[in-house]
Design a protein around this ligand. Structure first.
Ligand SMILES: C[S@@+](CC[C@H](N)C(=O)[O-])C[C@H]1O[C@@H](n2cnc3c(N)ncnc32)[C@H](O)[C@@H]1O
Length: 219
């Protein structure tokens, strides 16, 4: 099975417990995420946003508060259903089942793209083609934001021959998955964006245990 397919299956299996396991049902964590949501509301204000791998729509709902429109896609129908329920009162949000590597049937012409906790799950060898496909759906000069986790302590991590980091994840029902979870360096990110992006900004936020990447697609 491919690395990408393993990630897809892992999240399909985790869907029933996704919100809880991601901390999205924890009121204390909600306070901590408030400033992050504020940041996203400002950055996407007035944009037509394409969100990749939206999961249960937790961040979709925040972005949609100020965006002109959001099309949020995910490969797993079970997560899209949760996202639809969460955003049912937001008239400017639509959802679509789509594979991030092909974005088949996803329209073009978005002014911005957003993706949280997705870059780390893309095998390093697939990042360039993933970005080509994504940028093909965006206007020239579009604003893009990726956010993901800084490295954290875990015992069950190993490297494969292509330079991917694999983590063993075990679900509450005992099922176990080896999934790609990469922690790219700023240099690796800048290298892959070379020639296809401008205004590249990479910020590590240890207080939020995350990094973020913003840029504009090349005009
Ligand atoms: C870590 S979760 C992030 C979800 C959401 N963005 C968030 O921050 O909570 C990764 C998501 O990627 C989705 N996914 C896995 N493989 C995918 C693929 N090939 N195309 C699109 N989405 C995919 C999973 O279904 C899951 O919702």
């Amino acid at each position: 099975m491919s690395l990408a397919e393993n990630v897809r299956r892992y999240y399909a299996a985790r869907a029933p417990v996704y919100d809880e396991s991601a901390g999205y049902t924890d009121p204390e964590a909600e306070q901590f995420r408030g400033p992050i949501k504020d940041r996203y509301r400002k950055l996407f204000e007035g944009h037509d946003v394409l969100e990749i791998a939206c999961g249960s729509g937790y961040w979709t709902a925040a972005v949609a508060e100020t965006a002109k429109s959001v099309l949020a896609v995910d490969v797993n129908a079970s997560l899209i259903s949760q996202a639809e329920a969460r955003c049912r009162n937001l008239a400017n949000v639509r959802f679509q089942i789509a594979d991030a590597y092909s974005l088949e049937a996803v329209p073009e012409g978005f002014s911005a793209a957003f993706s949280n906790l997705w870059w780390s799950h893309v095998p390093v060898e697939r990042i360039p083609t993933f970005l080509t496909v994504l940028h093909g759906k965006l206007k020239c000069g579009a604003f893009v934001l990726f956010a993901d986790q800084l490295v954290y302590d875990v015992l069950t991590r190993r490297e494969d021959a292509s330079g991917n980091t694999l983590e063993k994840r075990v679900l509450p029902d005992g099922r176990s998955f080896d999934i790609v979870k990469n922690f790219p360096t700023e240099e690796a990110i800048r290298n892959v964006l070379s020639g296809i992006a401008t205004n590249v900004e990479y910020i590590e936020r240890p207080g939020e245990k995350s990094w973020s990447l913003t840029y504009n697609t090349k005009e």
